[in-house]
Design a protein around this ligand. Sequence first.
Ligand code: ADP
Ligand code: MG
Length: 252
Amino acid sequence: MLRLTGIRRSFRVGPTTAEILKGVDLEIEAGEMVSIMGPSGSGKSTLMNIVGLLDRPTSGACLLDGRDVSGLRDDALSALRNRLIGFVFQSFHLLPHLTALENVGLPMVYRGNGRPEIRRRAQAVLERVGMADRTGHRPDQLSGGQKQRVAIARALVGDPALLLADEPTGALDADTAHDVLALLRQLNADGGTTMLVITHDPAVSARCRRQTHMRDGRLVEPAVVPSGGASRRSDDSPLPAKGHGHPRGLPE
Ligand code: ADP
Ligand code: MG
């Protein structure tokens, strides 16, 4: 699904150049749910922007859905992004004057789908995230957790190959964060949506099925790595059950 090789990203700030990503390697198979955990400022969002085709690496290769994206022009990148990737952000990024249903339908409007189709799909995906009874609410009429559910529905409405979530629980209290993670896990297990979850929070990372850590501009995986990829898609057993040794990720 995704293969990053030697991804570097530098930024020029005034007279100096800061290298933020120093050679990131990462491979994600279809159906996986992977976390990237690291402290604030470690380059997680910089990496997500590259994976999400919002930014280009200074060097290195990015293969998405079997395609090398480095040679693509901006319009081809946008088209690929719209088709393959769904985004979830810490601050939800919902449009305030639109209802939940309209927010969720927006990506389909941009794709040129017809209104009845948009309504039907938006309604169905809002049901999947447990928001069937709030479709007419505007964001200011929803709680933080409900807003994030709507944002997740919007990310899923186009049936993306990869869902990217950048600090998806960063604005939520612990209980709500737990519920949102449970929803993501369920969507990963039932729908097979491949997910990359970015977080500074060990409790969030622990509830993803595979964890990686951002350290000094590089990604490292903790010592225990799941064996083989073939069974991951349908495997919804909680992490600690397989001898992972970290009892933080409690079963739902
Ligand atoms: P994280 O998401 O892990 O908190 P970021 O990827 O947002 O970290 O940022 C990592 C570092 O890269 C920060 O020091 C930040 O200032 C720097 N950085 C990110 N984007 C830019 C940019 N466009 N120009 C200059 N520096 C940037
Ligand atoms: Mg960030």
